[in-house]
Design a protein around this ligand. Structure first.
Ligand code: HAM
Length: 422
């Protein structure tokens, strides 16, 4: 026998038993995003490697996890590891901004790819639902984006979330802060974990976010960004927090919060759930005031987030209200060769009018067996087309809730059933 083929490492199939909840969550996100004035954008799954190299930085965690390959003409392409860079490229390429600030509110839902070591909640192909508010400098935009994120997660059914927020400064105040941080960490280099020692020269800020026990003493004593912000960043951060309070969004300032991408300025935030274990971030985002300029466009201060849909669904799937399965309105029970053609015609007429219909296609199942499926699918009515019924020119219609059975003439049966379903 030929060898069985399986999904590549770090990827998985979303099976029919899973996709219901995915559809629900996606529908909730779309509804909330639209309510805040965001329009959907769909960008390519792969882009030029240069876009991500410039956008997210090759030295960053995400930059090192890129799925890059050469195409047949030797061009370097990369499967998108995140949504922001592609959206910013499309924004500039198609001049999507309106008004003097070039405002655009865009959202996306789709797969992203990162060559990470797979573990619970960490995949090589995973889904993000994200938004990008481009051309918005005011702290109101940061607060609106965080409030929208919390609302979308709550409406999806997520309970027990926390919002961590920090300011990572800007190109004016960050260099001096980085010097201080580097000096402190270098002094404690021998106490740091092997990974943090490597990060010391490439991306020292990321050490602040380390979960390694070994790093904690040095990290706790390290200077924090919020104590070294320029006055403009400081005022911006205070204002964001004030607006969040106005929007009744609970948050905690986490001075160790640093994001795994280079483009952030000022506000950075994450939504965490204790139930996720090591990979505990359900969503992350922040402000990126320089990215549009760095990717060749006019400088446009912007802010956005990405939700890890796989992680969110992992959290929701444990709650019983999401356990529902496929259902139908009507089960047409065909019994005997002659009834199948009639059952099919009836099913098609009803389906054409938007009614959910199940019928057996094997021609092998008896009454009991078909009624079992009708119950399992929570059908409202079972329409029985047995030999006796056909001989009399009727169908027996069973109300699956009351078990009451009535006879309806075959003529205009679909219309009578539609009437019953109203
Ligand atoms: P990020 O924090 O890298 O941000 O990713 C956002 C979310 O995607 C994470 O919080 C996590 O839930 C999920 N995620 C990341 N990697 C994986 C993985 N390997 N498996 C499963 N889930 C994963 C961004 O990507 C930014 N583009 C967000 C953003 C938008 N910032 C501004 N605008």
């Amino acid at each position: 026998m030929a060898e069985l083929l399986k999904t590549p490492r770090g990827t998985r199939d979303l099976l029919p038993a899973d996709t219901r909840i995915w559809q629900k969550v996606e529908a909730t996100f779309r509804k909330v995003f639209r309510a805040y004035g965001y329009a959907e954008i769909r960008t390519p799954i792969f882009e030029s490697t240069e876009l991500f190299a410039r956008g997210i930085g090759e030295g960053t965690d995400v930059g090192k996890e890129m799925y890059s390959f050469l195409d047949r003409k030797g061009r370097s392409l990369t499967l998108r590891p995140e949504g922001t860079a592609g959206v910013v490229r499309a924004y500039t390429e198609h001049s999507l901004g309106s008004g003097e600030n070039g405002e655009a509110k865009l959202y996306y839902i789709g797969p992203m790819f990162r060559y990470e070591r797979p573990q619970a909640g960490r995949y090589r192909q995973f889904w993000q639902a994200g938004v990008e508010a481009i051309g918005f400098a005011d702290p109101l935009a940061d607060a609106e984006v965080v409030a929208m994120l919390v609302q979308a997660l709550r409406e999806s059914g997520l309970k027990g979330l926390t919002v961590d927020i920090n300011s990572v400064g800007c190109p004016d105040c960050r260099p001096a802060y980085l010097e201080l941080l580097k000096a402190h960490l270098t002094l404690h280099a021998s106490e740091l974990s092997a990974e943090s020692q490597l990060r010391l020269s490439v991306n020292p800020m990321r050490i602040l976010d380390s979960k390694d026990e070994k790093d904690q003493a040095a990290v706790d004593a390290a200077p924090k960004t919020t104590n070294h912000l320029c006055s403009a960043c400081s005022a911006h951060f205070a204002s964001v927090l004030r607006h969040l309070e106005r929007a009744k969004v609970d948050y905690q300032v986490n001075k160790k919060l640093v994001r795994g991408l280079d483009y952030y300025t000022r506000t950075a935030f994450e939504v965490l759930s204790g139930e996720l274990g090591a990979q505990n971030a359900v969503a992350g985002g922040g402000r990126y005031d320089k990215l549009v300029g760095e990717l060749g466009g006019t400088d446009r201060p912007s802010v956005g987030f990405g939700v890890g849909v796989d992680r969110l669904i992992q959290l929701l799937a444990t709650s019983p209200e999401h356990g529902d399965s496929e259902s139908c309105d009507i089960a047409v029970i065909a019994l005997g060769g002659a009834s199948y053609g009639l059952a099919f015609a009836l099913a098609q007429e009803l389906r054409g009018q938007g009614v959910g219909v199940w019928m057996d296609l094997s021609r092998k199942r008896g009454m009991k067996n078909q009624m079992k499926t009708a119950s399992a699918l929570s059908a409202r009515y079972a329409v029985i087309l047995g030999e006796d019924e056909l001989a009399k020119g009727i169908a027996s219609v069973k109300d699956m809730k009351s078990s009451e059975q009535t006879a309806l003439p075959l003529e205009a049966l679909a219309t009578a059933l539609m009437e019953k379903l109203k």
